[in-house]
Design a protein around this ligand. Sequence first.
Ligand code: CP3
Length: 378
Amino acid sequence: MLGSKERVMESLLSNAPTAPEQATSKQKNPAGSSRFVRACLRQPVDRTPVWLLRQAGRYMPEYMAVRKHHSLLEICRTPEIASEVTITAAERLGVDAAIIFADLLLPFTPMGVDFEFLAGEGPVVHAPVRTAEQVRALQTNRVAELGYVAEAISKVAKHFAGPRADGDQLGIIGFCGAPFTLASYMIEGSSSRNYIETKRMMYGDSVSWPLLMEKLVEVLVAYAAQQVEAGADVIQIFDSWAGALSVTDYRAYCLKPTTELVQRVRALGVPVIYFGVDTASLLPTMRETGADVIGLDWRIPLAEGWKAVGEGCAVQGNLDPIALFAPEDVLRERVREVMDAAAGRPGHIFNLGHGIVPGTPVDNVIKTVEWVKEFGAR
Ligand code: CP3
């Protein structure tokens, strides 16, 4: 029997795209659908949807006010707070989708890998996973312990139930890491420059590396399933550090497990966005995973990135997040450049090419969203 998400997907996929000029605005964003989800499926939309990577974060005074009283992990693990932070950012910015406030590393805990966030340093894993025994000891049957993320998603979904003032349904994004990026944190123990230990295992241990990939995929599929069950409309898979790999190594060591993850998440009945940083050379191979949407980082011109993944795929991106520090006229021009490159073709979701950084002027973020709405109207 098909779940409701699968039925929506089926009906969206089986509908031949209506020519935008022939459709009424109601047909363009039918009830129960959102322009964000439709764009993921390359369906016509009334205007380009927009949301921003790390839209809830330290640049935002509302988030910092919460952070004053709670650690990052406390926020993530308390559904009342995580949902509130998610909702506040989406409403303050007027974006078309809300990404659940969580972190890539949360699944480490039920796998038996302890970590913490150190101020100014990012995540630290105290006993990095580097031996065959450690990989064998990783647990895959405790994913239910991540239920707090699903609970936060249900709260967000409940808050955003029903159409907004403009008649559109706000999209809810769940997320998880990709096997390579998560493995790199597990093995290095922190952010890394050269990924020496990760690649040492990848090249040199033909038992541990595939087992680690397999265990991560198993946990991530179950985790994504909880999020979809709770109301996530789309799952984004972050392969933030895939750009550290050559095309040969990505193909040899990562394409298979990543494809399995993408396909098993798609089988849950939601579109998948697959995003990485510094991926210009990897884009055609990333497309082979079968993701519905490829997230483009800010280094590649959008039209070139879209060409690399092919027209049969939607794209998300890709303004340089640091352009948000530019004077208004320069920023507006950069936003227009991204919009012009997408040229109103179905299947573009406006976003940044990586996350918003602390110190970004909130007014510029809000203006960017407004300009996308202005330039992206059909
Ligand atoms: O609004 C949103 O986008 C949702 C929130 C979100 C967080 N982490 C909260 C967070 C998301 C989508 C993530 C994903 C994540 N976590 C990624 C992939 C995204 C990317 O940037 O490519 C990565 C690599 C991580 C791991 C991670 N978490 C790092 C490297 C750091 C330190 C980064 C820094 O800027 O210091 C974190 C901490 C973190 N996760 C913060 C937030 C808001 C900032 C720290 C804080 O609030 O104390």
